[in-house]
Design a protein around this ligand. Structure first.
Ligand SMILES: [Zn+2]
Length: 90
């Protein structure tokens, strides 16, 4: 979802777009796959924080994720990209 490359499914990790602790669920509309390298680069960053830092990941995420991530979750990722994550507000 981030580098845009294709991998065998056993090489992919599953990422919650909206973190579980912030009410994200396990439905398919809240899950994206990432390869091991992207998952390691993303670390514990929120999706929006990672996308802000990585232009390629941002372009791929909105191209590849948009068709299947819940619209409400996509909207909150876009809002966080513009405004910063809630905890980062000063
Ligand atoms: Zn990747």
């Amino acid at each position: 979802m981030y580098c845009g490359e294709r991998f065998e499914s056993e090489l992919l990790t599953v990422d919650h777009v909206q973190p579980r602790m912030r009410g994200g669920d396990r439905s398919g509309g809240n899950l994206v796959t990432a390869c091991g390298a992207c998952n390691a680069r993303k670390g514990s960053l929120r999706v929006s924080e990672f996308l802000r830092l990585d232009d390629v990941a941002r372009a791929n995420f909105f191209r590849l994720a948009a068709p299947h991530v819940w619209p409400r979750i996509l909207r909150s990722v876009k809002e966080e990209l513009v405004q910063g994550a809630p905890k980062a507000r000063r």
